[in-house]
Design a protein around this ligand. Structure first.
Ligand SMILES: NC(=O)c1ccc[n+]([C@@H]2O[C@H](COP(=O)([O-])OP(=O)(O)OC[C@H]3O[C@@H](n4cnc5c(N)ncnc54)[C@H](O)[C@@H]3O)[C@@H](O)[C@H]2O)c1
Length: 403
């Protein structure tokens, strides 16, 4: 296709702002044209709406009306998690390409259903971290054998979230909203890129993703949420790579560190993904830090225009992420509240955040030693069960909501 891809966006606020900026850049490159946006928050987003209308972009309060009335090739969906499944199904029913924000859906059965609807593989999931040149460099080393046989991948991250973050939307910090699954939390929303990146890096070919076979997980809440804000997990993939992740929104800030250990040496991405390194003398001809979000949007447009043979992350490629994220909830047996004696709060009002005493150090030790919190003499930690996830086809969130 030589013409710019005609695109619509569902969800113009929140992360929609980054989609709008990406569309502006893609328009400048002549690759795409943003035709319309759908978002019912007309008053809250009045200034954005006005600016778009001046550029000839039509605003709809109702996404179904937008889909009915607009002549589009592709639609980006940047709405709250509980809406993804029905919105993606509605766009697919009209035969259009879809860029679906991560996580695609919260539950494995929803992924199975949506994947069946997407039999022409038109959906691209916005797990943009794997489009970063740093993660791709690790994958290249792995696929080319520079790291030898991959034995272990571990990831730690502490990204504090404030009260304002949890108050920004009715679905934040929830397991369910109006009977729809949400499963919000660091492993399943804010830092979900890291779970998906582990499945990507463990996958054998450059475009292949691995699946977990066995999973152990522990989910905790520091802040009084319905959902969780502290997670650790461990497991093994079909290619016999073991992995361990510890992630939180309730400790002092510590940007993510992802490390692969192979028989020939180690390689890592750290400093929020800006730095890539190794201890086996490999040179990395990396371009300067580039915006993975924009690259991911551009890769989607190139795919929808027929210039790439497949989406970077198809729905089917998120099966590993989904089995892992759903498996840790089952393994944990729900979400355990951390006793207030182990917590403190920092800041006031909207800036208030929760800190679990010593958690930043625990996260670092957990991943480097491959131990779960319950194996580290932590008074609030509760051991989960080892879960075999390969044949997992359904999870009921309702079964894991009390504690
Ligand atoms: N890729 C990333 O780095 C990244 C970063 C942040 C959020 N996200 C993802 O983006 C999605 C949205 O997150 P958010 O924090 O921006 O959410 P949000 O609650 O701020 O909502 C985003 C927008 O969707 C709109 N919306 C709500 N209902 C709608 C409807 N029925 N039709 C159309 N629009 C509707 C809201 O008015 C809002 O403007 C989530 O899946 C989240 O995980 C991705």
């Amino acid at each position: 296709m030589n013409q710019p891809l005609r695109c619509g966006l569902i969800g113009g606020g929140g992360i929609g702002d980054r989609h709008l900026k990406a569309f502006e850049a893609l328009e400048r490159e002549g690759l795409a044209k943003l035709v319309c946006v759908a978002d019912p928050a007309v008053e809250r987003l009045a200034a954005i709406k006005l600016a778009l209308e001046k550029r000839g972009v039509h605003w709809y309060a109702n996404y179904q009306q937008m889909l009915e009335e607009s002549d589009l090739n592709a639609v980006s969906i940047a709405t709250p998690i509980p809406m993804h499944s029905r919105m993606a199904a509605a766009v697919l029913a009209r035969g259009r390409f879809v860029y679906l924000e991560k996580p695609p859906v919260p539950l494995i059965q929803q992924l199975i259903d949506l994947t069946a609807l997407d039999h022409r593989q038109k959906v691209s999931v916005g797990f943009q971290l794997i489009s970063s040149s740093q993660i791709r460099q690790l994958k290249k080393w792995k696929v080319e054998g520079a790291l030898g046989t991959i034995q272990r991948i571990f990831v730690s991250a502490s990204v504090p979230k404030t009260t304002a973050y949890y108050q920004r939307a009715d679905w934040a910090g929830k397991m369910m909203l109006n009977e729809e699954p949400v499963f919000d939390g660091p492993a399943t929303n804010g830092l979900s890129h890291l779970l998906h990146s582990v499945m990507y890096l463990a996958g054998e070919g450059f475009e292949e993703f691995d699946l977990p076979v066995e999973v152990e997980g522990e989910l905790y809440r520091a802040r009084p949420l319905e959902s969780y804000d502290v997670a650790c997990m461990r497991g093994r993939t079909t290619t016999d790579v073991s992995f361990c992740l510890a992630l939180t929104h309730a400790a002092e800030a510590s940007p993510f560190h992802l490390e692969i250990i192979g028989s020939k040496g180690r390689a890592w991405v750290s400093k929020k993904g800006e730095e890539v390194g190794n201890d086996c003398g490999l040179t990395s001809p990396l371009p300067p830090y580039s915006d993975a979000f924009f690259i991911s949007c551009r890769e989607f447009v190139e795919f929808a225009k027929g210039n790439r043979s497949r989406a970077v992350t198809r729905l089917v490629d998120t099966r590993g992420y989904m089995l892992l994220s759903n498996g840790i909830l089952i393994s944990s047996g729900g979400i355990h509240s951390i006793d207030p004696q182990y917590l403190r709060t920092v800041g006031q009002g909207g800036e208030e955040r929760y800190v679990v005493e010593g958690l930043a150090e625990l996260i670092r030790r957990s991943t480097s030693e491959g131990k779960l919190f319950s194996e580290m003499d932590v008074p609030w930690a509760r051991r989960g069960n080892v879960i075999s996830v390969r044949s997992l086809r359904s999870v009921r969130l309702q079964d894991y909501m009390s504690h």
